[in-house]
Write a protein that binds this ligand. Structure first.
Ligand code: 2RA
Length: 317
């Protein structure tokens, strides 16, 4: 049983780390260790009805931890330093930063979309960006039915995507101060967030040439990312058939008017609705989706990847 495994949560005091601990407790994991930077070492974090003491995440501590799976939700540079140490100690690392997502030999996994790829790891697996995960959940059934020819996406991303401190900042703001933000790294044309959505979607769907453009903004919402998606397919696909296909996907919940509020109220699925014909192109559909970026967009997806591997190990034992 997966819940008998020993799990290390690195970045346990952050927004995603805390959701990860909550989900592990809900799923019955008992052997869980919490790690964070030196600044947070010694703090207590809630775990189920009790708490865990946070240990400092050093390469030495992770290498000697006797853990089956580490779930990393730290920044890219910390992942680059710590993940190899964790793997060197014999654990599998599931990393939520962008450090390894596009690396050859590192599966980039959304279990409902390309779960079969998880077994191809050499110690490290990557969890996609919190917009890529729901996007690929919606695109994959459409691709299987009619082939994707082109994708355009506009995102409306919540403050929790920028971390716990940004959530605090939003809570402290007056209504007059609220605004859209575009604070990702900018190369003069595109935000790195937009490039991540393109490159990760291509890798997950195994469509290296897929024409795909994203335009991202952050909105004054605490939790829950939303996206408008314009899809062109190679073969005709009616909105009714698309709705039927999406409705049978285990990752998706159909909703007439999806919203971050509904998607983040404890929902583990990607909420998809407003599925309609795109009247501007021949084989086009438009849909709207919302997803809890801390759960399915991050913590839950990583735990589901871990469980794919742990369940497989248990079956083989
Ligand atoms: C964001 N994708 O919402 C990121 C989360 N790390 O900005």
């Amino acid at each position: 049983m997966a819940s008998g495994a020993r799990i290390g949560v690195v970045g346990a005091t952050g927004a995603v780390g805390q959701v990860t601990l909550g989900l592990l407790a809900e799923r019955g994991y008992e052997e869980v260790l919490a790690y964070a930077s030196a600044r947070s070492a010694g703090l207590s974090v809630a775990f189920g009805s009790g708490s865990l003491t946070v240990e400092e995440a050093t390469p030495e501590a992770l290498a000697s931890a006797d853990v089956d799976v580490f779930l990393f939700s730290v920044g890219t540079s910390a992942s680059l330093e710590l993940v190899p140490a964790a793997v060197g100690g014999g654990a599998v690392a599931i990393d939520k930063s962008s450090a390894y997502r596009l690396a050859d030999g590192v599966p980039l996994v959304v279990p409902e979309v390309n779960g079969d790829r998880a077994v191809e790891h050499a110690g490290i697996l990557a969890n996609p960006n919190c917009c890529t995960i729901p996007l690929t959940c919606a695109l994959e059934p459409l691709h299987r039915a009619a082939g994707l020819a082109r994708v355009r996406v506009a995102t409306y991303q919540s403050m929790s995507g920028a971390g716990a401190r940004s959530m605090e900042r939003l809570r402290a703001q007056s209504h007059e101060e609220l605004d859209l933000l575009m604070e990702w790294d900018f190369d003069g044309e595109e935000f790195d967030e937009e490039e991540k959505i393109r490159l990760e979607t291509r890798k997950i769907l195994e469509l290296p040439q897929l024409p795909i453009m994203a335009s991202c903004v952050r909105v004054p919402v605490l939790v829950g990312h939303a996206e408008t998606v314009w899809v062109e397919t190679e073969e005709p696909l009616s909105a009714d058939r698309a709705r039927e296909l999406l409705g049978t996907s285990p990752a998706i919940e159909l909703d007439e008017f999806p919203s971050p509020g509904k998607a983040s109220a404890g929902s583990d699925r990607v909420h998809v609705g407003r599925i309609r014909r795109d009247q501007t192109v021949e084989n086009g559909l438009v849909l709207f989706l919302a997803c809890d970026n801390l759960r399915k967009g991050a913590a839950l997806n990583a735990i589901q990847i871990a469980e794919l591997l742990l369940d497989r190990q248990a079956l083989a034992a």
